[in-house]
Ligand binder design. Sequence first.
Ligand SMILES: [Zn+2]
Ligand SMILES: [Zn+2]
Length: 347
Amino acid sequence: MGLEDRAKDRTRRRKGRRTRGVHTLPAMDLDVVFLGTGGSIPSARRNTAGVLVRRGGDRILFDCGEGIQRQMQRSVGLIPVDEIFITHLHADHYLGLPGLLKSYEMQDRIEPLVIHGPPGLISLFESIARIVGRQGYPVELVELNRAETVERDGYAIEPFDVAHRVIANGYVLFEHPRAGRFDPAAASALGVQPGPAFGALQRGQEVPGKDGPVRPEQVMGPDRPGRKIVITGDTAPCEATRIAAHEAELLVHDSTFTSDEAGRAAETGHSTAREAAALAAESRVQMLALVHISSRHFVPDVLEEAREAFAGAVAPRDFDVVEIPLPERGAPELIPNGAREGSPSPG
Ligand SMILES: [Zn+2]
Ligand SMILES: [Zn+2]
């Protein structure tokens, strides 16, 4: 397939990405790659903000701090992400955009890139455009307010208001419910032949049986919930996050300070490790990933503080991965250095 055809194919796929309702495709891989886990100033070990979510073939980047393209090169490769969601317009969350956009230009990217962010994104981008010049590929900017959900095939991304010093979005990525389990024995007993008719039932269609039409609900179990990932960006603990994160598989939360600087956390619109952990416990999430940790703090101390309030807290390093299997297949798992293995940079 030529480049142009590939772009057209991609556009077609994009246009098809508005399906709502029960998701009947096979199980999708879902994981989160931590590209930048540091606070506002990068350290030798921790880059500024960047979290890559991979779901099936989709690649979605949340925040793009300075150096994120280098972090990609050192792990998953300089992949053409489909979309970027910026949480807020502080430099440690967007300064990587000019370099990344320019590199895509040099790679002769032709696929459109959609960048979402809070109000103010478009005016910020006018300044960025002066640095990087015109792109040879379409860049679409979308300012998102609370609850302006972005629907995709099988999942959605919804912004919510977090509590920072500036307008800031947290994002929930939630999968649509999946169809229940198909019971082939029940279908056979109703006179349905294995083969295409089984597939049709699983896609929600009626098929003929020995005593008349067989409806999907006769042979399918109840819908199964999809997975949920919440990314807060910078925030003080807040009710909106508590609600958004309810029973999420993974909550990626601001943990800039430890409790001895609780006052400073409140003043600056950030959270302590204990506050993030208490919220994770109240929201009954499965795993809490602490990020945006100030370089002045010793990470094992941060983690210890969090684990007193919530046992499922982790502090990923750059290039760690959290795999999120379907609920019936197990709990989220932190894979140290998981993005360095098996997915080398293509260049
Ligand atoms: Zn920040
Ligand atoms: Zn900030």
